[in-house]
Design a protein around this ligand. Structure first.
Ligand code: HEC
Ligand code: HEC
Length: 302
């Protein structure tokens, strides 16, 4: 008889211990995977937005330039408000909002007292930050962290400027290479790609708009190389050449016909305004040809 009472009690105790309720202590180990998968592509390193680093528990506790983002026991902590969408822009800034279970786990960790775990001191490695090994093809996976950390804060639907500037989104591969209204990445032709021209300062205003600091030379070269090799997706598939897509940029005429050293196709159909000469600032309007070269429709001295 005694045994028959004991067994259900033991089963109950075991179930209680593993239930994800308030009684089961939520530690940093439970929330670190959320930060690693959805936050640290931006919130790590020197470029972390507002200085907020979410790759260690220490970083989370330290908060941002504005102050703490979590307070033990406080459901209204800024970090929770951001992931619930009560404080704007909602986090994570790109991709889908967190799922209900993930939000509940973060809430449980904060309200439960921000308990450390085993992984508290080990910085989570943002896998995507890996550089390609020498001779390896450059893909979106290599350049995406730069765009997400330094550009998507404005160039995304959720961004700090409201609508993305010029309607240009750098929050995903598809939007970055999209030729929908105008193409800013011409696969195989970095010199004609407005993205490269802006980060080099060949077109003004230079990007990132909130710089300096500008991108490190190493990152600019990586983006150039990515485009030169065909602006491949994360899986390595080259982007299609957007034949006929509109292009518009400004630069310095460096040859007949070249802009900042990039050859462009000028022919009898090109309208040339105000007699531009080598050394002049010019505005180029045209479209992408079969070979990825720019066919100039209008060349105007500025
Ligand atoms: C694509 C880049 C990006 C991703 C991914 C991202 N953030 Fe942010 N985060 C930002 C930017 C940019 C800001 C600054 C926005 C602003 O001006 O408020 C910010 C601000 C914040 C703030 C406000 C800090 C303060 O003191 O006001 C919190 C909290 C935050 N993020 C948490 C998160 C969390 C948690 C995740 C993951 C679930 C996440 N972020 C994912 C870019 C990102
Ligand atoms: C603080 C906000 C902000 C950030 C960060 C930012 N931009 Fe911009 N971006 C703008 C604004 C505003 C414009 C429009 C400026 C203009 O041309 O008058 C713009 C324009 C552009 C354009 C021109 C689009 C077109 O249709 O011609 C490109 C390309 C661009 N940005 C790329 C980038 C890249 C790449 C980064 C990151 C390295 C970046 N931007 C970071 C605000 C930002």
């Amino acid at each position: 008889m005694i045994q028959r009472r004991l067994i259900p009690a033991a089963v109950f105790a075991a179930a209680f211990a593993t239930a994800p309720g308030a009684s089961a202590a939520t530690t940093y180990d439970d929330v670190a995977p959320i930060f690693a998968q959805r936050c640290i592509m931006c919130h790590s390193g020197d470029g972390a937005p507002l200085g907020l680093r979410l790759d260690t528990r220490e970083g989370v506790m330290k908060g941002s330039q504005k102050g703490p983002v979590v307070k033990a026991g406080d459901r209204a902590s800024e970090l929770l408000r951001r992931v619930r969408g009560e404080s704007q822009p909602r986090m994570p800034l790109v991709g889908d909002p967190l799922g209900q279970e993930e939000i509940a786990r973060l809430e449980a960790w904060v309200t439960g007292g921000l308990a450390p775990g085993q992984s508290a001191d080990k910085p989570a490695a943002p896998a995507a930050l890996a550089r390609p090994a020498a001779g390896q093809p450059v893909t979106w996976a290599h350049v995406a962290p730069v765009f997400l950390q330094r550009c998507a804060k404005c160039h995304s639907d959720n961004g700090i400027m409201g609508a993305p500037p010029e309607g240009y989104r750098l929050s995903s591969y598809e939007t970055a290479i999209s030729p929908a209204d105008r193409v800013r990445i011409v696969p195989g032709n970095p010199g004609a790609s407005e993205v490269v021209r802006r980060i080099r300062g060949l077109s003004q205003p230079r990007m990132p708009f909130d710089g300096p600091p500008w991108l490190p030379e190493e990152d600019i070269r990586l983006i150039e190389e990515w485009i030169r090799q065909g602006a491949a997706s994360a899986s390595g598939a080259p982007a299609p050449i957007p034949v006929g897509a509109r292009v518009r940029f400004e630069g310095t005429l460096t040859g007949q016909w070249a802009v900042d050293g990039t050859p462009v196709a000028v022919d009898g159909g090109t309208r040339i305004d105000k007699g531009p000469r080598i050394g002049d600032r010019v505005e180029v309007r045209g479209s992408v040809g079969q070979d990825g070269r720019i066919r100039v429709e209008r060349l105007r001295r500025r």
